[in-house]
Design a protein around this ligand. Structure first.
Ligand code: TRP
Ligand code: SF4
Length: 329
C-alpha cells in the first residue's frame, strides 16, 4: 500500500517550549508512528527570514537546536524525513512559479497576515516577502504532494490558501498536485506562566531545555486561581493553569486528589506547585537525556540533516520536472 505523505514545518525563531511540544511536536511523533503515513518535517528558515531578516545571526544555531529537540521528543530519522527548507532550492523555484499565479487580493485578505503585522508592529513587515509568506508555504506543501498538513488553528488560513493556489495551478496547467488537507491537531491548550498563550514574545514560556532550578522557579511563579488568596480559601482547579499542567504531567489518581484537596482548601498552591515541578522534571527527564546525548554528538545531527536534505531533494527534483513540463518552461 502507498503511504500517505504528511508534511509540516517550524520556523527557527527560537527555542521550543512546552506549547510547541504538546501542541505540535507530540502530534508529529504520533503521526510518524502510524504506519499509514510517510512524514516530512522541516525547518522553515526562509519563512523565518520574513520577520527576522534584520536579525539572522542565530538562525543556524536555532535550526540545529530545534532538530535536537525534535529528536529528543521522539522523531526518528529512520521513520521521518527531517530537512531544512533552504537546503532544497527547488522550494524557491516553485515559489517563484506560484507567485505568478497567485492574485494579490488573496494575500492581502489573509487574516494571519493582518494579525501578524499588527502583533509584530515593532518590526517592519511591509515587505514583499512577508506578503508572499503563504505562497512559499504552498510551495513547501505541494512540492511533496502532501496528503495532509498537521497544523494548529492559527495556520488554517495558510493551508486554505495553499488549497486555492493548488487548484489554480491544476486548472491553468494540468492536474499535477493533489489538494492537501489540514490535519487539525487536538492538543491540550498550554498557557504560559502568566496565563496567556505560551509564546516567546511574551516571555512566559517554559522551554523544553529548562531544567532544575530554572524550571522550579518558573513553576513557582505561575499564576493560579486569582480568587484564591489564602490557603483557607477553596480553589477552583478548572480555572488554574497549574492544574492544567497537572493534567498533562501527573497520573490520574494524583490529578483527582489535587482537584479535591484544592476545592476543599486542604492543599496550598505552594505545595501543589512543588508537586507539579517534580512531575514535569520526571516527565521531561528522558527528553533532557536525549538532548544531552545529541549536544555531545553534533556530528550525528549534521548527518541526519544532510541525509534528510537529500531525501527531500530527490522528491523535489522529480516534482519540479513535472512542474516545468506542465508550465512548458
Ligand atoms: N507557517 C508555519 C508556522 O509558522 C510554518 C510553515 C512553513 C509550515 N511552511 C509550512 C507549516 C508548511 C506547515 C506546512 O508555524
Ligand atoms: Fe491551582 Fe493547585 Fe492552587 Fe488549586 S492548589 S489553585 S490547583 S495551584
Amino acid at each position: 500500500m502507498k503511504k500517505k505523505r504528511i508534511l509540516s514545518g517550524m520556523r527557527p525563531t527560537g527555542k521550543l517550549h512546552l506549547g510547541n511540544l504538546h501542541g505540535a511536536l507530540q502530534n508529529w511523533v504520533r503521526l510518524q508512528n502510524e504506519t499509514t503515513y510517510d512524514c516530512f518535517y522541516f525547518i522553515a528558515d526562509w519563512h523565518a527570514l520574513t520577520s527576522e531578516y534584520g536579525n539572522t545571526g542565530l538562525l543556524k544555531e536555532n535550526s540545529r537546536n530545534i532538530i535536537i529537540d525534535w529528536l529528543s521528543a521522539g522523531l526518528e530519522p529512520d521513520k521521518s524525513t527531517l530537512f531544512v527548507q533552504s537546503s532544497v532550492k527547488e522550494h524557491a523555484e516553485l515559489f517563484t512559479i506560484l507567485s505568478m499565479i497567485t492574485p494579490l487580493s488573496w494575500l492581502e485578505r489573509n487574516p494571519t497576515y493582518k494579525e501578524m503585522k499588527a502583533e509584530l508592529a515593532e518590526k517592519d513587515l511591509s515587505t514583499y516577502g512577508f506578503l508572499g509568506y503563504p505562497v512559499l508555504q504552498a510551495a513547501d506543501i505541494i512540492m511533496y504532494k502532501a496528503y495532509g498538513v498537521p497544523v494548529g488553528v492559527d495556520q488554517l488560513p495558510h493551508v486554505e490558501l495553499t488549497r486555492e493556489i493548488t487548484r489554480r495551478f491544476n486548472f491553468l496547467y494540468r492536474e499535477v498536485f493533489p489538494i492537501p488537507k489540514p490535519l487539525l491537531t487536538e492538543a491540550p491548550k498550554v498557557l504560559g506562566i502568566d496565563g496567556r498563550k505560551m509564546s516567546k514574545s511574551y516571555d512566559n514560556s517554559i522551554y523544553m531545555s529548562d531544567r532544575g532550578n530554572v524550571l522550579k522557579q518558573k513553576i513557582s511563579a505561575m499564576f493560579t486561581d486569582p480568587q484564591r488568596m489564602k490557603k483557607s480559601d477553596p480553589g477552583r482547579p478548572d480555572l488554574c493553569n497549574v492544574f492544567a499542567f497537572h493534567q498533562i504531567y501527573s497520573p490520574g489518581s494524583e490529578v483527582d486528589e489535587i482537584e479535591e484537596e484544592c476545592k476543599k482548601a486542604r492543599i496550598g498552591c505552594v505545595e501543589c506547585k512543588k508537586r507539579l515541578a517534580a512531575r514535569i522534571l520526571e516527565g521531561m527527564n528522558p527528553i533532557h537525556e536525549r538532548q544531552d546525548y545529541y549536544r555531545n554528538h553534533l556530528d550525528e545531527i549534521d548527518e541526519i540533516i544532510s541525509d534528510g536534505n537529500s531525501r527531500a531533494t530527490k522528491i523535489a527534483r522529480m516534482t519540479m520536472e513535472e512542474v516545468r513540463e506542465a508550465v512548458r518552461i
